[in-house]
Design a binder for this molecule. Sequence first.
Ligand SMILES: NC(=O)c1ccc[n+]([C@@H]2O[C@H](COP(=O)([O-])OP(=O)(O)OC[C@H]3O[C@@H](n4cnc5c(N)ncnc54)[C@H](OP(=O)(O)O)[C@@H]3O)[C@@H](O)[C@H]2O)c1
Length: 359
Amino acid sequence: MEKFAFILHPINYQDLTEKYSWAKYLPSSMVLEYIKRKKPFIASHIKGIKSAFSGEEIEGFFIACPLLTQQMMNLPLPFVYDKIIESGKLAQEAGAKIVGLGAFTSVVGDGGITIKKHLNIDVTTGNSYTVSSAIEGTYEALKLLEVEAKEATLAVVGATGSIGKATALLMAPSFKKTYLVGRNTDKTNSLKSYFQDKNLEIISTTSIMEGVKEADAIITVSSAVGEVIHPEMLKPGSVVCDVARPRDVSPKVAKVRNDVLVIEGGVIEVPGNPSFNFNFGFPPGLAYACMSETMILTLEKRYDSFSLGKDLDTDKVIEINGLAQKHGFKLAGFRCFEKVLSSRDIYKIKENALKNKRR
Ligand SMILES: NC(=O)c1ccc[n+]([C@@H]2O[C@H](COP(=O)([O-])OP(=O)(O)OC[C@H]3O[C@@H](n4cnc5c(N)ncnc54)[C@H](OP(=O)(O)O)[C@@H]3O)[C@@H](O)[C@H]2O)c1
């Protein structure tokens, strides 16, 4: 059976205290030092993923890379690389032919290029399928709210990043107006220059507020460690697809804005009868798009480091979407802060938005 592996890490301190209950009783500095010194380990054995196309089954492993998001960002890069490489070597020893880089293991540094140089197996960030599924989910949500892209304003927050740039390049041509939101003016202007001959209304900004306040569709995919989208920033009836982990959208948005549709980006129904044997907060059978990309490539026996580095190839975003459909991977409905959104919930959001727009 073909094998894959996927590297995960604790996103926040709560993930640690859920795994290690003793951590609640110790000073955080001590817990962080323990995590920093801990070796990567195999967190679970994944079974039951089966292609809807060929009927072939694959198996895999979640490899835990014990570093929090904060540590990934703040510790010296060579130290962080060493830990990710060590995790990749565990994948290699377990017989995986491909390893996916989860959350900040693909954000830090050069998006997997250095990691790949130290391993004998294929490496993918999973970002191509993350982009494809975030785009698909956002369009579906807009359709439910009866918003036409060609009449609407799009904002991509974190537009200068790996996922953000590919998302902006693919989506902006369908919208009336697009805000490219980054934190560095040179980078946002350079991204804007990709559109210069296309007769589109494109605005680059480093102000998240300016970028999102009139947007009907927001894809937010920054690598900020804290929340960057707050309730007062959003227009009634807007769709906010939060792809970032840790999340970009404050939970307060779901609590106080009953006229805004927040959806989690990149939640996928995996074909077969998958058992992940690891709780990453989803119901059985669902996985993140980046995890799913690793599985799709394994089913396809496509071992050529599909998504690597910070510059994604938009043709590959389209290609992985086709491969996902071929093997039976699909968008898993809408979820908002771990809660499933029913069509009734979405209908209510639409009604509230209409009421609030009239005010
Ligand atoms: N849901 C999923 O399946 C999935 C899959 C993969 C990744 N992710 C998540 O997606 C996010 C982005 O990943 P990526 O690979 O695209 O990262 P990336 O290439 O590092 O891009 C991050 C973007 O966010 C901007 N940014 C960073 N810190 C910021 C801050 N404090 N405020 C505002 N903007 C900020 C960056 O600006 P600069 O260009 O100026 O640095 C850049 O535009 C991460 O949270 C990652 O965990 C989710």
